[in-house]
Design a protein around this ligand. Structure first.
Ligand code: C2O
Length: 275
């Protein structure tokens, strides 16, 4: 993917740019010239990023000739995953990105509500804190589907209607924690336009996407998808592995089985971290 020329939609460079095509005012929503299209800070956050990863994964699978290839998830919600995964931190790897915060290379523990200041906690305190953050965002602040997904954002609305709790934290802090504070915009991970340049982005977002699946398993009665047609019929354009431009709707991605993946069933220690 990295070896392909940047004008090939399957190249890593082009795939990284897909992210900023859908934010930073690059395009307008269909039928609303002049308006700003923004897939963050609203109910489009979970489905847009699922679609993005879906095509990224298909393209990678086709380039390596392995249709069973799956993007790994960075399991930052469990103690064993609360460090930058070693394979992304090896400077000789294609998965490495020099534009990161060097202080946060392994074995540094992540702070899931990082705000740019280094917490002064022991490892055990940090783990405990992170589990409480997960409980707060996934359970306490997400009692209904509309609270979990974030504010409605319909055709013609102003962007940034309001993120759901998980988009807010830990999604945002993990980005900030990874980015390089000596870069003007905390590139790569700390900025929309550059985040997709770090291979770690895709593992971070796989875990964000996993949180959507996990949430539905917590309490099947309360944690359903939204049934608002404006959400279900919202759609995005992506290049597939051919590469052909295709349209995908939110309603097409609610069932990960239909997209041919399922997350490994790993422990959820934060479900017991009720404050
Ligand atoms: Cu499109 Cu993690 O942001």
């Amino acid at each position: 993917m990295k070896a392909l020329p940047a004008d090939d939609p399957r190249s890593f460079a082009a795939q990284a740019s897909v992210h900023c095509a859908y934010c930073d005012g690059s395009y307008s929503p269909e039928g609303f010239p002049g308006a700003e299209l923004q897939v963050h800070n609203s109910w489009l956050f979970f489905p847009f990023h699922r679609c993005y990863l879906y095509f990224f994964e298909r393209i990678l699978g086709s380039l390596i000739g392995d249709p069973s290839f799956a993007i790994p998830f960075w399991n930052w919600d469990a103690p064993d995953g609360m460090r930058m995964p070693a394979m992304y931190a090896d400077p000789s790897s294609q998965l490495f990105d020099p534009r990161r915060d060097g202080r946060h290379a392994p074995p540094k523990l992540i702070d899931l509500d990082y705000n740019g200041r280094e917490p002064r906690l022991t490892d055990n305190q940090q783990i405990d804190h992170n589990l409480r953050v997960m409980y707060r965002q996934m359970v306490s602040l997400s009692p209904t589907p509309s609270l979990f997904f974030g504010s409605a954002y319909r055709a013609g609305d102003e962007p940034n209607q309001g993120p759901g709790p998980v988009e807010n934290i830990p999604h945002g802090p993990v980005h900030i924690w990874c980015g390089d504070p000596s870069q003007p915009g905390r590139e790569d991970m700390g900025n929309f336009y550059s985040a997709g340049n770090d291979p770690l982005f895709y593992a971070h977002h796989a875990n964000i996407d996993r949180m959507w699946s996990v949430s539905k398993g917590l309490d099947a009665r309360r944690h359903t998808d939204l049934d608002d047609p404006d959400w279900l019929d919202a759609s995005f354009l992506f290049y597939d592995e051919d590469p052909k431009l295709v349209r995908i709707r939110v309603r097409d991605v609610l069932d990960t089985g239909a997209l041919r993946y399922r997350y490994q069933d790993v422990p959820l220690p934060w479900t017991a971290a009720r404050p």
